[in-house]
Design a binder for this molecule. Sequence first.
Ligand code: AKB
Length: 316
Amino acid sequence: MKNVLVIGSTGQIGSELTMELRKRYNGNIVAGYIPGAEPKGELLESGPSAIVDITNEQQIAETVSKYNIDTIYNLAALLSAVAEAKPQLAWKIGMGGLFNVLEVAREMHCAVFTPSSIGVFGNNTPKDKTPQDTIRNPRTMYGVTKVSGELLSDYYHIRFGVDTRSVRFPGLISNVTPPGGGTTDYAVDIYYAAVQKGYFECPIAKGTFMDMMYMPDALRAAIELMEVDPTRLQHRNSFNIASMSFDPEIICSAIKKRLPDFKMEYKVDPLRQAIADSWPNSLDDTCAREEWGWQPEYDLESMTDDMLKVLTGRLK
Ligand code: AKB
């Protein structure tokens, strides 16, 4: 039996990860949320939920104790573009919050998964097939918190034996809960716009390649990494994982193949563009493949088929 606390359970990843964990495990899978972002519908009805503000260590500890939690998925974060607008809050949640989670995990013997991001890389990092172990010198607050989070998580593992693990997520494309304030959000928005309006104004310039992943693969990555025998892991915080890399022209063509009337124009957002330009074009995920068997299932074609099918069924 596994008892899991998902902090940030109503966000883009949390809303789907919590449901996936409830399908796989029969213990307490607790949906942690903050007031104003309450779980609804199936997420609320299919298991326990609790107010868990990541900035409140006592609240985390009380929930861990009440539900006998053994694993914490720490998904609370501000995404890259929002973090530039609110750097203090990004640090408070990203680092202060992580510190609280790691302290509770140390005292109460929990494993911890904290997503990192392609945002840990910066302008001096090799751009193509970015290696696992390379320069991490971001110039965004999001990237600074993610690099610091990787270091702090490794520190808690080495110094205190806390079982911390993490992946560097690329842009995540999903159709349940929209992302809020990321640089890669355009690759989600384009599908909604294609189905609802047949037209999309793209905030990222032609020729800007970034790694992306479909949510079912991202959920599997987070769960499979936490399940693997720890003696196989040479790395912990954090693994490069990859499944596809494209620029706006390529995703637009994939949609046009299925919806020939779809049109896209560019209206580049300078903030998001600068962040995107500092990120890799594609990651090398050999270490994840070798150390814990990471293998993506979706590519751009199969993801586009699924996204358009789901959104057309729901929105049309
Ligand atoms: C963002 O764009 O901020 C995130 C990320 C790649 O970490 N989706």
